[in-house]
Design a protein around this ligand. Structure first.
Ligand SMILES: CC(C)(COP(=O)(O)OP(=O)(O)OC[C@H]1O[C@@H](n2cnc3c(N)ncnc32)[C@H](O)[C@@H]1OP(=O)(O)O)[C@@H](O)C(=O)NCCC(=O)NCCS
Length: 304
């Protein structure tokens, strides 16, 4: 193998790096969850990393060209980090470059982080083999479902007409975090801090109380919207509130003609939610597996 240089991502190599990641994202065998598809979307996600992409991202360089990438997204609030990679273009040296990236990244991981997570398609056999060899274990498998257009299958009517569906307002916060699961990949505060014209939270209210919500993000450069979370308080389920919330998202996002489809991920054993989405017209696309390593039990050592 030629000498591969591992170094922090720099401004000069940003464009080349995001094109490289984008080419990997278009193939199931190298796709990693959490980053987008187009170079523009990926660039905006890397630019949003805190404290900065230079601190959070490593690249591998072979004879002046980017041949590998690995980044981390750190959630301080959850004391977890998500591994954005590794992406490696050289098939013959895949493991060697991936291990070098991971070993270098180890130095960047804040001491208080308790859990490392990563997610990808089952078809990404290189990542699967490497993470499993390094004590990452399966904690979740999610089906990705897609709705391509407005061809909806008969939306249900709300039983209780007093239910009000509207955009989130700051006074809803306490009710909202009460029903938002603590295990979700964004905490309630993180969801609220992400709100902007493209990331929206819609609530269902009854008697001035939030009893359900849906949070979705529109990825402009990638031309699609993602429903990230939908939840209805247990005592108000099976009254059509979940369906109405999803239909509201469909109405909102298809107002933009650049939105080509809506995506939603559902745990493989969450039959109630999957039934709801397929009845509305969502179709299964593929399955993403998520692995984690508890850093308290198994601190990061040398990668193999
Ligand atoms: C998934 C979830 C959001 C669905 O919300 P919901 O308000 O119960 O959804 P709906 O009421 O629209 O649909 C649920 C069922 O009620 C039935 N229903 C809805 N309105 C009805 C009505 N007016 N009369 C009779 N039945 C009705 C639906 O047909 C559906 O039946 P099915 O389970 O046999 O398909 C809710 O179960 C939930 O919060 N689950 C926990 C969190 C979760 O799993 N979120 C999804 C993560 S991807």
């Amino acid at each position: 193998m030629n000498e591969i240089i591992i170094r922090n991502l720099s401004e000069e190599l940003m464009e080349e790096t995001v094109k490289f990641i984008s080419s990997c994202q278009s193939v199931d065998e190298s796709f990693i969850a959490w980053l987008g598809y187009s170079p523009e979307e990926i660039k905006s996600q890397l630019m949003d990393l805190t404290p900065s992409f230079k601190e959070r991202c490593l690249i591998a360089i072979d004879r002046g060209a980017v041949c590998g990438f690995l980044g981390i997204y750190v959630s301080e609030e959850q004391s977890t980090l998500r591994l954005l990679g590794p992406y490696v273009s050289m098939k013959n040296s895949w493991t060697e470059i991936a291990v070098n990236l991971l070993s270098a990244l180890k130095e960047k991981i804040p001491a208080h982080i308790k859990m490392a997570k990563v997610a990808f398609y089952d078809a990404n056999v290189n990542c699967k083999r490497m993470y499993e060899t390094n004590y990452f274990t399966l904690y979740n498998a999610e089906k990705t479902l897609i709705l391509n257009n407005k061809s909806l299958i008969s939306p249900l009517k709300l039983i209780n007409q007093k239910i009000n569906i509207r955009y989130y307002q700051s006074g809803d916060f306490n009710d909202f975090i009460r029903i938002h699961p603590t295990t979700a990949y964004f905490t309630g505060s993180e969801v609220v801090s992400r709100l902007n014209p493209y990331n929206q939270l819609i609530v269902a209210k009854l008697d001035n109380r939030v009893i359900g919500y849906v949070y979705f993000e529109m990825l402009v450069s990638d031309g699609y919207a993602e429903i990230c979370f939908v939840n209805v308080s247990p005592e108000f389920r099976s009254r059509g509130i979940g369906s109405v919330l999803i239909n509201q998202v469909i109405t909102e996002v298809f107002k933009y003609n650049w939105v080509k489809h809506i995506q939603i991920s559902v745990r493989v054993n969450n039959e109630a939610a999957e039934r709801l989405y397929t009845r509305i017209g969502f179709k299964e696309k593929n399955v993403i597996i998520a692995l984690q390593r508890d850093l308290n039990v198994c601190p990061l050592g040398e990668f193999i």
